[in-house]
Design a protein around this ligand. Structure first.
Ligand code: ATP
Ligand code: MG
Ligand code: MG
Length: 570
């Protein structure tokens, strides 16, 4: 039923029977609205939505917004938008900040249960308590904080004082009363509520109401509990947190969801960290957060990669405990295979060279019927003009012929080219004269040794369609930009974007852009990306292309989605 392979997670379901009050499997995807999602997140999205769907349950989109510093409205919107673009419908949207009042009450309850205390230690004090000596040396002796034994009434009063703004950052915080002797660092009296550093900006959603905020460790499990999440699926770096997750739910005697962990997805040959992408954008190495050379989901969308291809890729990796480091080449191969059967084909000339067919009359114009794809039945056909002047790919012509060359070159037939003209100063070929080998009446055309693509010069039929092509190459030279001795920026590929300003497309483009997303039957479920993002096609013998969002009525811009073959696989 579900397309998603859940791997070891399919068994997890068995461990958690539903109850009278919880009659449905419920998961959540919990991004922090402090940046754009990247390809790694698509795995988390697919797992949480896939698991719920597989079991007839539901998935919530929860914004984990407890750190006002980096959180912004545009990220809430972008995350919601991209989840929808991927084809998923959250049963509802929630925010951790919706629960601040309730989390505050739970904190008071926790103090009353002797499970939390207000602490006034400095960061250095806390480190020392956790056995971390000066210089960050770990493994020293651990000892309890002196505030942990203060009376409950005192902590209640101090917690109120925190809320009332009587303390500045670092002067007071609420800590959980766990077990400093436990070998798991997640039990070392974690922070539950803290006052943010300095002049931290106001929370986008609760601005003005709070001067202190709950921590991830306090918030995540309790929001899961409040929302009736049955399975809290997260990445393996939270494995140790499972203990504190369960400790807090149990201490408060609230419903305890089941946390289970899966491995992260990481792509090699790129960077996914927000801090690094910000640097790339700020220093102008890329156009923006959605630059087609990046692996944020908005970048993949802009580049023209269909959501179905991303999901196919994530699914092909399976769900395992260990993280996966996957090469970009593998991702591109999945995209290529996906596009091969789902997008129409057109003739696109990236670097045009004019060819004049001498034996055709000046006003010659005929229409040739050609299929939009390999499979004419599925994709349909269209008519393109054929005229005395056509444009071919510069690389399909050679000034000097050789016997093993079957494209265009000077010489006797079947090479079809009579002469060519060069720019006298640059020596660049500007025009080629050729002959059209028209078959005798009634005779079958000779089978050519080779085919090349071309675009007619027929202004009356709006041909060619002119475009700028942006060919995206890997942004980094190595597979591991992060380990470059001079920093990841030193690994940037100087040829990561190649521009073809004078590209030409045949008239079939008018038809596919009128009917985009195209073909209708193949439009993936949930592909709501606005018109231009859905216009994708194969330029035969060249590459897959999509219309870029910077396109204007005066200028068509195409992104190269992927090449036809893996030419840059390292
Ligand atoms: P990053 O630092 O890369 O932005 P994050 O964990 O801070 O990652 P969140 O916004 O907290 O990002 O992520 C939301 C959810 O997506 C979390 O459950 C997280 O575990 C999951 N997630 C994040 N990165 C990956 C990844 N590379 N592979 C799989 N899941 C991921
Ligand atoms: Mg994040
Ligand atoms: Mg996070």
């Amino acid at each position: 039923e579900s397309m998603f392979k859940l791997g070891f997670l399919s068994d997890v379901y068995q461990e958690k029977p539903l109850s009278d009050t919880l009659t449905k499997i419920r998961t959540r995807f919990p991004p922090e609205p402090n940046g754009y999602l990247h390809i790694g997140h698509s795995k988390a999205i697919a797992i949480n939505f896939g698991f719920a769907k597989y079991h007839g349950g539901e998935c919530i989109l929860r914004f984990d917004d407890t750190n006002p510093a980096g959180e912004e409205e545009r990220y809430y919107n972008a995350i919601r938008d991209i989840v929808t673009w991927l084809g998923f419908k959250p049963v509802r949207e929630t925010c951790a900040s919706d629960n601040f009042d309730q989390l505050y009450e739970l904190a008071i309850d926790l103090i009353k249960r002797d499970g939390a205390y207000v602490c006034h230690c400095t960061q250095a004090d806390v480190k020392a308590q956790r056995g971390e000596g000066a210089g960050g040396v770990r493994g020293g002796e651990r000892f309890a904080c002196s505030h942990r034994s203060r009376p409950i009434e005192e902590s209640l009063a101090e917690f109120q004082a925190m809320r009332d703004g009587k303390y500045k950052a670092g002067e007071a915080a609420l800590r959980m009363k766990q077990d400093i002797t436990n070998p798991n660092p997640q039990m070392w009296d974690l922070f539950a509520w803290r006052i943010p550093e300095g002049e931290e900006k106001q929370h986008y959603r609760t601005a003005g109401s709070w001067v202190m905020y709950p921590t991830y460790d306090f918030t995540h499990c309790l929001c899961d509990s409040i929302e009736g999440i049955t399975h809290s699926l997260c990445t393996t770096e939270f494995e140790l947190s499972r203990v504190s997750y369960e400790w807090l739910c149990d201490k408060l005697e609230v419903y305890r969801p089941m946390q289970r962990e899966y491995g992260r997805l990481n792509l090699t040959g790129t960077v996914l960290s927000k801090r690094k992408i910000i640097k790339l954008v700020k220093e102008g190495h890329v156009r923006d957060w959605d630059d087609p050379r990046l692996y944020t989901l908005i970048a993949l969308r802009r580049r023209g990669i269909p959501p179905g291809a991303i999901l196919t890729f994530v699914n092909s990796l399976g769900v395992t405990k260990s993280g996966s480091n996957v090469q970009i080449a593998k991702f591109e191969q999945t995209v290529r295979q996906f596009l091969e059967t789902t997008v129409p084909r057109l003739m696109v000339v990236t670097e045009p060279l004019k060819v004049i067919i001498d034996d055709l009359p000046d006003d010659h114009e005929e229409f040739v019927e050609v299929p939009f794809g390999k499979d004419a039945a599925a994709f349909g056909t269209h008519k393109i003009p054929f005229t005395k002047t056509v444009y071919i790919e510069r690389s399909d012509f050679r000034e000097v012929d050789s016997p093993d060359y079957f494209r265009l070159a000077p010489g006797p037939l079947p090479h079809h080219s009579d002469s060519f003209r060069e720019d006298p100063t640059t020596g660049v070929v500007t025009c080629v004269h050729a002959k059209y080998e028209k078959p005798e009446e009634g005779a079958a055309p000779k089978k050519p040794k080779s085919f090349i693509h071309w675009v007619a010069d027929s202004p009356a039929n709006n041909s060619p369609v002119r475009a700028e092509i942006r060919a995206t190459n890997p942004l980094f030279k190595s597979d591991d930009p992060n380990s470059h001795p001079d920093g990841f920026l030193a690994d940037i590929n100087p040829d990561s974007e190649q521009i073809f300003p004078d590209a030409m497309i045949e008239t079939g483009f008018h038809e596919i852009s009128r009917s985009a997303p195209w073909p209708k039957e193949a439009a993936e479920e949930g592909d709501i990306s606005q018109n231009q993002h859905s216009i994708r096609f194969q330029g035969m013998r060249v590459a897959y292309f999509a219309v870029d969002r910077e396109t204007t009525p005066d200028k068509l811009i195409l992104n190269r989605i992927v090449t036809l073959k893996d030419t840059q696989g390292k």
